[in-house]
Design a protein around this ligand. Structure first.
Ligand code: DGL
Length: 275
């Protein structure tokens, strides 16, 4: 820390794998003087098929690893960990913690092009996120009249982790999975998993132009901007941004998938860590 108002330490972000890089891309672009330390828990991906107890434990372990490396704030760039581990993490973290669900709900509640609140909002996410009820809960806090239709899409995360984005089977799987939503007259659809923005093109084509797609990464950047200069001291003016990457297994695979699908950031050195 160079003085009381500035802090050059990085902000930690984490996800089960490459998905949280969609959030990193947004915050790294919005705050070019801030440095970020990203951790992908690639040894244990996916989180979305696991129990609440397990995901909470993983969340605390990953956060602990980032805290030991001296981060000044934490962004839980994973909906599943935000749904199931955020409360426990906030209760014990010595630094501020930002999740993805509340910012995403705020963005969805303001999503109608006419500026009005959407009446019917769809949420797609992992099985564990949908089962947690976190999205309907937070949307109801904002506006109890919003009707929420949730759908788990368990095949989407493996597609992204495997790099099956342009593959012909993807359109078929996405269309088949989203079919229950076609008759729901949705105003907005929340991409309630940070892996899903990688499939945004095909999801948008499948859902049609009338449904606003909500990618919470911009909303997370808004939330971080409220913290910087408040609870989190910003980097010194003119600081050069540093991006560093940690994974819990198979660094090359992470690097290859990240480089192919996340164009906005350079994933260079990737270090393998044990939690
Ligand atoms: N990207 C994560 C999420 O936002 C985790 C997906 C998974 O590991 O199942 O939910």
């Amino acid at each position: 820390m160079d003085d009381q108002r500035h802090d050059e330490r990085p902000i930690g972000l984490f996800d089960s794998g490459v998905g949280g890089l969609t959030v990193l891309e947004a915050v790294a672009r919005r705050f070019p003087e801030e440095s970020f330390l990203y951790l992908g828990d690639t040894a244990r991906v996916p989180y979305g098929t696991k129990s609440a107890r397990t995901v909470e434990r993983y969340t605390l372990q990953v956060a602990d690893c980032l805290l030991r490396r001296g981060v000044k704030g934490l962004v839980v760039a994973c909906n599943t960990a935000s749904a199931l581990g955020l409360a426990a993490l906030r209760a014990q973290s010595p630094v501020p913690v930002i999740g993805v669900i509340e910012p995403g709900c705020r963005a969805a509640a303001a999503a109608r092009p006419d500026g009005g609140q959407p009446a019917r909002v769809g949420v797609i996410g992992t099985r564990s996120t949908v089962a947690s009820g976190a999205y309907p809960y937070h949307l109801a806090m904002l506006d109890p009249s919003i009707q929420v239709i949730s759908l788990a899409c368990p095949l989407f995360v493996p597609l992204v982790e495997e790099g099956w984005v342009d593959h012909p089977a993807v359109r078929m799987i996405v269309t088949d999975t989203l079919t229950p939503l076609f008759t729901q007259r949705l105003d907005a659809l929340i991409l309630g998993c940070t892996h899903y923005p990688v499939l945004k093109g095909v999801i948008a084509e499948t859902m049609g132009v009338r449904v606003a797609l909500i990618d919470s990464s911009a909303a997370v950047a808004d939330e971080l901007s409220r913290h910087l200069g408040g609870l989190i001291a910003p980097a010194p003016r003119g600081a050069a941004q540093r991006l560093a990457f940690l994974v819990t297994d198979v660094a090359d695979r992470f690097k290859e998938t990240a480089t192919r699908f996340i164009s906005g950031i350079a994933v260079e050195a990737v270090e393998v860590v044990d939690l």
